[in-house]
Design a protein around this ligand. Sequence first.
Ligand SMILES: Nc1nc2c(ncn2[C@@H]2O[C@H](COP(=O)(O)OP(=O)(O)OP(=O)(O)O)[C@@H](O)[C@H]2O)c(=O)[nH]1
Length: 389
Amino acid sequence: MDFLGDWLLLIIGVAVVGLLGVAGLVSGRTRARRRGREGTAAPGATDTVAPPEADTDTVRPPEPAVSPETGEGPGAAAPTLERPEGTASRLVRLRQRLSRSQGGLGRGLLALLSRDRLDEDTWEDIEDTLLTADIGVAPTQELVERLRTRLRVEGNEGTTPREVLREELVALVDPTMDRRLSISGADGKPGVVLVVGVNGAGKTTTVGKIARILVAEDRRALLGAADTFRAAAVEQLATWGERVGVPVVRGPEGSDPASVAFEAVRRGVDESMDVVLVDTAGRLQNKAGLMDELGKVKRVIEKQAPVTEVLLVLDATTGQNGMVQARVFSEVVDVSGIVLTKLDGSAKGGIVVAVQRELGVPVKLVGLGEGPDDLAPFDAGAFVDALLG
Ligand SMILES: Nc1nc2c(ncn2[C@@H]2O[C@H](COP(=O)(O)OP(=O)(O)OP(=O)(O)O)[C@@H](O)[C@H]2O)c(=O)[nH]1
């Protein structure tokens, strides 16, 4: 009996040791596999993404930085998605900010126009105030002419200088322009928004902010990080997408922007997205280079779906420099809308008028801060009201 018992214990012991050994091997392999996966697909590692080939027709799909379903980076803990602010409440909040930065212009003009006597010196001061706000020479002269005529004729008829100024400023900003973003595609394809502008104007930030507006409106959006010139811009965009669960298609640093754009729109079509937003590189090396690059991006996109909107991002603080850039870009691509950024940091809101005149396209959105929801649709009446305080 004892002999049998000893044998039984020995057999059980060997079996247990054997089982533990096998289990250890398996879990070790699993760990190694997991480590391997993490090592090759860490979120944000641009060099691990399958490089798109130079020929955009045969481009291989780059790995998304974030999963389309969850917005989660591979191997990362599921992030809590942010709920972006709705348009109505951001308009109220940002109007105060606009008033703070641009109020000086409106108050200055009102103080001058409310003087008892509007002599030549006063009109000159009014002109200077408008020019300092970057409205531009021709619109300034037109506005002054209109104000002179109306205040002379209507001065004693119960219309206040404030009412006249408001009407004339609104007319100058042009309330009749269609400022809606063209984000709807046709034939079941997504709308495609191409975002162009020089680096530093706030382009990448703006793409991220527009994505948040789309999420707030329950639209399915996808971002293409075609600004492959600067690795940080790609990282930045991936973070914007991750925060709200919007997938980002990216390629390695220095890869062909057109292949990333192509891949983004291909996925947008395949995955029935509502909108694909494509961030582009804005190197103003020379006009021909820019034309080649943006022209190619647009051409390859349009093999799959028409570009519905080309947004030019301009930094409001750059004044005349910004106008020169605006001209170059509009000669290279058909700009259909302008985004004016950093209006919070500049008292030069007059650039709205100048740039619309110059390009003949409306300002559609304005950036009013570095916060994720500090971007608002532009409205002529609300803008002038903020100016006048
Ligand atoms: N105050 C303020 N800052 C802004 C606004 N829009 C963008 N910025 C800031 O401007 C800086 C440049 O923005 P980016 O989005 O990186 O500029 P970019 O044009 O994409 O430049 P690249 O990434 O180099 O292509 C960032 O610090 C932004 O936070 C705005 O409306 N107001």
